[in-house]
Structures are given as structure tokens and as C-alpha cells.
Design a protein around this ligand. Structure first.
Ligand code: IPM
Ligand code: MG
Length: 356
């Protein structure tokens, strides 16, 4: 039976970059990939159409889908909305609703882009890190939360950092198994010297490690990890961490590679149903100008083929096409440098299709 892909173009540059990934998908379909495509709004686009950032229309299709391809959500026109109506809440809601607890964020430096990083080429060349970020727990979802008047009559904001044992165990398993398929090194990032929630995290990760004797486990405080990521990033293979630390460290890791416009991500449930999206945001400043980099979205499609459809050959075919266009010297504005050829978003999509 054919698999169902739900496409969520979202906001800002979302529709432009998703359109390029769809071109790639159409080629794969013509070559026999048995999938059907549906489309729905998420984020600001969904608020505009249905008055909610994750409306029932989208929820129903998302629950039925085998995999989801998302562009990006958010835009300044939505910043004044009540918090529950903001685009970001749509993204958090779909992650939670579908139980997409395992967020895989690879940071790979393509040799052609070694000069695009702000770090010295010798520090980043050959970089290949996988950040495994827990995505449905932590301070992002912990209760209680809010803004209230405290006992001194002063207003205060508060959130709760909390991790249940089962939440830590399942993400630890994902991370250890990912490490087993790579260089068998896992670094768990915490703030166990200050925060009980992450002291507990560390304890559980150490316990899960007993099941993976072939993987070398290390631990690092998040402040040190932030420093080590720019000092000597190649010391890392797989990094596992909670939701908020992973949010921050994955943005940082992305810049080691020169452009956040290159980085895909996968958010998976227990059965490898996944939501695939570029790691970057909706970039409202360049939306509609046909200058955005579609490669992270196209590489997210490759991750979908790999993780949700178990089609390694097709995943590599897409990844090799991306490498081929980089080798040809084609660059969108974000990765442009002298001596290369600057192309538009749609031209980049066409080039990947040609390279397929
Ligand atoms: C990300 C983003 C989201 C997050 C926002 C848009 C809610 O920064 O996917 O990293 O914080 O998880
Ligand atoms: Mg983020």
C-alpha cells in the first residue's frame, strides 16, 4: 500500500523551500516510490485559515500520515497574538500530539563549504556530529508554567524543568543506537552540578548504558559543551541532551557548518513515524524573494526516506544529488562565496532534480 506523506509548507520561506523538495519527490515518484501527497497548513498559515496554529483539519491528516514534511513556521505579524495562538505553539503541539520525542539534528560539513564557517577550516573540516535532542518534555512542556503575582505582590514568570524516567530512557536508547551505527561515542549533556532534573537525567543515561557496552559514554555540563563545540567540535560523535539544551546547542552546531540553511532534521516517534523539517526558521525577511536555500528541506526529505521509509538507496540518491550541485559550484545567497555561482531557490531545486 502506498505511504502517505503530509506536506506542511508553513510560513515565511516555508512554501518556497517545500516546493523544491516536492520537485525532488516527484522525480522519485516517477521512478517508482509509492507515496501519495496531501497538504495542510500549520503555524501562522493555519491561524489565518482556521484561527488555530494546529487546527483539527491538519491534526487529522497528520495522525493519518506515515511521514510529514514541514517547511517552517512563524512571522512577525503573529507576535502579538495570544500565546496559545502563535505559530510556534502549532509546532510544539504537533510534536506533542504525535509523540515525536526523538529529534535528530545532524551537523555535517560539506567539504565544498569549509570556508562558509566562521571557524577556521582546520577546526571544522570533516565535521560530522549528530545531536539527539529530546523533544516532548523538559521545561518546554513542564507544568506549572505561566506569569503570576508572587507573595510580594510582584509579577513573575515561571516554568518547570521536569523529566520522567521513561522519557529519559527512551531518548537514551535512541541515542545509544544511533551511536552504535556511527563511531560508538556518545556524550550526554546535562547541568547535573546545579539542576536535579538533569542530575536524574545523567543517572538514567548511565543505567541505560549497561545495555550498550560497545558505546563509550561521556558526560559534559552544558556550559562546557557550548565551549567545546567551538573549541574542538570534532571531539563529538553523537550528543544526547534534553529539549532546551538541545534547542540551543543544535543552533550552535549548525553554524559550525557555515549555514543553518544546510541542516535537515527528523523528529521521530517510537515507530519511526516522523516529521522532517529544516533546522532553520521561516526567515520572514527573505520570504517570497526566491533566494532561500532549499537544501536543508531536500536533505530532510532524504532523512524521511531513510528513517520512515527505510529506503537507504533513495536517501543516498538525494544526498548525492545535493553533493553534486555543491561540487558544481552552485550556491544560494547564504552559502555564496567568490568563485561560485549564485542561484535562486527554485534554480537550486531544479539543479538537484537534474543531478538526480
Ligand atoms: C526549533 C525551534 C523551535 C523550538 C521553536 C520554533 C518553537 O527553535 O525547532 O529548534 O524551540 O523547538
Ligand atoms: Mg531552535
Amino acid at each position: 500500500m502506498s505511504k502517505k506523506i503530509l506536506v506542511l509548507p508553513g510560513d515565511g520561506i516555508g512554501p518556497e523551500i517545500v516546493a523544491q523538495a516536492k520537485k525532488v519527490l516527484n522525480v522519485l515518484q516517477a521512478d517508482g516510490l509509492d507515496v501519495t501527497l496531501d497538504e495542510a497548513p500549520l503555524g501562522g498559515a493555519a491561524y489565518d485559515q482556521y484561527g488555530s496554529p494546529y487546527p483539527e483539519f491538519t491534526q487529522k491528516l497528520a495522525r493519518e500520515a506515515d511521514a510529514i514534511l514541514l517547511g517552517a513556521v512563524g512571522g512577525p505579524q503573529y507576535d502579538q497574538l495570544d500565546r496559545p495562538l502563535r505559530p510556534e505553539r502549532g509546532l510544539l503541539a504537533i510534536r506533542k500530539d504525535l509523540n515525536l520525542f526523538a529529534n535528530l539534528r545532524p551537523a555535517i560539513l560539506y567539504p565544498e563549504l569549509a570556508n562558509a564557517s566562521t571557524l577556521k577550516p582546520e577546526v571544522v573540516s570533516g565535521l560530522d556530529i549528530l545531536i539527539v535532542r529530546e523533544l516532548t518534555g523538559d521545561i518546554y512542556f513542564g507544568q506549572p508554567r505561566g506569569i503570576r503575582i508572587n507573595e510580594h505582590g510582584e509579577r513573575e514568570g515561571f516554568n518547570t524543568m521536569v523529566y520522567a524516567e521513561s522519557e529519559i530512557r527512551r531518548i537514551a536508547h535512541v541515542a545509544f543506537q544511533a551511536a552504535q551505527k556511527r563511531n560508538k561515542k556518545l556524550c550526554s549533556v546535562d547541568k547535573a552540578n546545579v539542576l536535579e532534573a538533569t542530575e536524574f537525567w545523567k543517572e538514567i543515561v548511565i543505567d541505560v548504558a549497561k545495555e550498550y557496552p560497545d558505546v563509550t559514554l561521556s558526560h559534559m555540563y552544558v556550559d562546557n559543551a557550548a565551549m567545546q563545540l567551538v573549541r574542538n567540535p570534532k571531539q563529538f560523535d553523537v550528543v544526547v541532551t534534553g529539549n532546551i539544551f538541545g534547542d540551543i546547542l543544535s543552533d550552535q552546531a549548525s553554524m559550525l557548518t557555515g549555514s543553518i540553511g544546510m541542516l535537515p532534521s527528523a523528529s521521530l516517534d517510537q515507530n519511526n513515524k516522523g516529521l522532517y523539517e529544516p533546522s532553520h526558521g521561516s526567515a520572514p525577511d527573505i520570504a517570497g524573494k526566491n533566494v532561500a536555500n532549499p537544501l536543508a528541506t531536500i536533505l530532510s526529505l532524504a532523512m524521511m526516506l531513510r528513517y520512515s521509509f527505510n529506503d537507504e538507496a533513495a536517501a543516498q540518491r538525494v544526498e548525492n544529488a545535493v553533493k553534486a550541485v555543491l561540487a558544481k559550484g552552485l550556491r544560494t545567497a547564504d552559502i555564496y562565496e567568490a568563485g561560485t555561482e549564485k542561484v535562486s531557490c527554485s534554480a537550486m531545486g531544479d539543479a538537484v532534480v537534474a543531478a538526480l
